[in-house]
Design a protein around this ligand. Structure first.
Ligand code: AMP
Length: 572
């Protein structure tokens, strides 16, 4: 592992690109070729690419298996007249079909958009419509519960492929395995521009609809090199990324980067359970483990003694991402696992790890680390809006110790290329030559970055980014609710949980029965991102332009200073 300063100094993105193969005969760069097919040419076709742990046991897929199956998937898309740029959505967990779909989709130059299977029907519908979904790959049960009841609204969705179809697949669906069985094994990846769109990942903002961040094939350059630098991946590793494929970590490091390194990737489809997770680590002799603070906090609660009952001797590196990592967890891991947890920071828009506790440098527990080689990061002064200057206003780079908005100098390969159909919000993400991340941070005198909070109102719950607007809009569909304001409130395990303040229409009583009904209503519609707490409030604070002041709701909830109230609407 190179020394951090040396790696930064010697680094160039052009040199990083040389670590990949490119398509034969200089026909461009395709993620699927880098992740799978090129390993066949170097004699690694028989190496296990994916060890899938499912309810019915463990199944190994070699790089050769994955190459053939993804060839068939690409042929299937072509036979269904699904071409380049068409959006192929998944509503899957970490089943083998998830990986085959992703790779086959890239081989056909179609665009993969993985959704979080725990979303309720509304967030799923919004994203399928926003992303112009043509194909959806899912399970029979998810199809019946979340798609079939609203299929007539999903204009443009031409094909639904079921990975576990019954003998008689539901009307208008295709049995994926039967269809793959009828396809040829051979496929030649067409010439692929590195700038061709490959991935569409939805993320949430403070206002409006979810944003579809567009990523291109060239992102694989950043996936590959950052996995070497921050996760220390090597070809003989057994790597376990616990992230769901519906979130960006689950694709960049749950699918792409480990395969470009030729490692064996664990695909565990089970739910979190502390003892079972240790069993997975021990049985599979996991060497590198990439997980999240919520899971680590739950493991810490389960205790050091439980950890000591399992043979974790193969483990040599642990990394974490997605939400603030408490320093206690880093210190506890040193005792429980004999090694610390390396925190790192990035987001959907950046496509790859940007700031990291690099393996060869001393960890500062509580810090996100330092910018990766090839990445320039800074903290910018925030204006009255709480953000660094928007549009082309001047920006002011702050020195050590001062809190401001975390910003990155654009230009790395996995940088998002736009928000689908929303150039306005894309342009708003830049100022003075910087990309504004929406996070508040500070740098210390040695260049380590420390997370302070979000500069906007989005909520991080169990590592999932939740847009308050989407939750508020759904609550407004309940007949009792006339207005809603949604915030995140601290939770010792999940980081934050979603809390909604609702104003009731005349004639409705703010009682326990209605509270339970609203919680159940949210759960049915929104799934995992639904509010866990509901408060009744007939006097929500508004700005003079009539928007609910979430910032004030949060300050009141937490007993914090209420800050600048100049835009608060005063009762007349
Ligand atoms: P997402 O786009 O869903 O991956 O969420 C990205 C956001 O998660 C970031 O903008 C941060 O607010 C938060 N985040 C990611 N990694 C970290 C970290 N290591 N420490 C604190 N917050 C993080």
């Amino acid at each position: 592992m190179p020394i951090y300063e040396e790696a930064r100094q010697d680094f160039s993105w052009a040199a990083a690109a040389q670590l990949l193969s490119g398509l034969p005969e200089g026909r461009g760069l395709n993620i699927a070729h880098e992740a799978v097919d090129r390993h066949l040419a170097t004699g690694r076709g028989g190496h296990v690419a994916i060890r899938a742990i499912g309810r019915s046991g463990t199944r190994d897929l070699t790089y050769r298996d994955l190459s053939l199956l993804s060839n068939r998937f690409a042929n299937l898309l072509r036979s269904l007249d699904v071409g380049p740029r068409a959006r192929v959505f998944t509503l899957l967990g970490r089943q083998p079909e998830m990986y085959v779909t992703a790779l086959g989709c890239w081989k056909n130059l179609s665009v993969l958009s993985p959704l979080f299977a725990a979303f309720g029907p509304e967030p799923i519908r919004n994203r399928l419509l926003l992303g112009d979904a043509q194909v959806l790959v899912t399970t029979t049960s998810l199809y019946r519960r979340k798609i079939a009841p609203q299929r007539d609204q999903l204009h443009g969705l031409r094909h639904i492929l079921l990975i576990d179809a019954p003998d008689e697949p539901p009307d208008g669906t295709i049995d994926l395995h039967r269809a793959l069985g009828a396809q040829p094994d051979h496929w030649t990846i067409p010439a692929t521009s590195p700038e061709a769109m490959a991935l569409l990942h939805f993320t949430s903002g403070t206002t409006g609809t979810p944003k579809g961040a567009v990523h291109v094939h060239n992102a694989v350059v950043a996936h590959h090199i950052t996995a070497a630098f921050a996760l220390d991946l090597r070809p003989h590793d057994v790597f376990w990324c616990t992230a769901d494929p519906g979130w960006v970590t689950g694709t960049s490091y749950g699918i792409i980067a480990p395969l470009t390194h030729g490692v064996t990737l664990l695909a565990d489809d089970g739910d979190f359970d502390a003892a079972r997770w240790y069993q997975v680590l021990a049985d599979n002799r996991v060497t590198v483990w990439y997980t999240a603070p919520t899971a680590l906090r739950m493991l810490m609660r389960a205790g050091e003694e439980m950890a000591s009952r399992y043979d974790l001797s193969a483990l040599r590196h642990i990394a974490s991402v997605g939400e603030p990592l408490n320093p206690e967890v880093v210190v506890w891991a040193q005792k429980a696992y004999g090694m610390p947890v390396h925190d790192n920071w990035w987001q959907t828009e950046t496509g790859a790890i940007m700031i990291s506790n690099y393996p060869s440098m001393p960890i500062r527990p509580g810090s996100m680390g330092r910018p990766m080689p090839g990445v320039e990061a800074a903290v910018l002064r925030c204006g009255d809006s709480g953000r660094a200057a928007v549009a082309d206003g001047p920006v002011d780079v702050l020195g050590a110790g001062q809190v401001g908005e975390l910003a990155l100098r654009p230009g790395w390969p996995s940088m998002f290329r736009g928000y689908l159909h929303d150039d306005f919000r894309y342009q708003q993400a830049f100022a003075g030559g910087w990309y504004l991340t929406g996070d508040l941070a500070r740098i210390d005198a040695d260049g380590y970055f420390w997370f302070v909070g979000r500069a906007d109102d989005v909520i991080k719950s169990s590592g999932h980014l939740v847009g308050p607007f989407e939750v508020e809009s759904t609550l407004l569909e309940h007949p009792a609710v006339t207005e809603a304001g949604v915030i995140g409130v601290p939770d010792p395990v999940a980081g934050e949980v979603v809390k909604a303040f609702v104003t009731l229409r005349p004639g409705y009583q703010p009682d326990e029965a209605l509270r339970a009904e609203l919680i159940a209503f949210g759960r049915r519609r929104l799934g995992a991102v639904a509010p866990r707490q509901i408060a009744f409030d007939q006097n929500l604070p508004h700005t003079s332009s009539g928007k609910v002041m979430r910032r004030l709701l949060k300050a009141r909830e937490l007993g914090l200073p209420e800050g600048d109230l100049s835009t608060l609407e005063r009762p007349r």
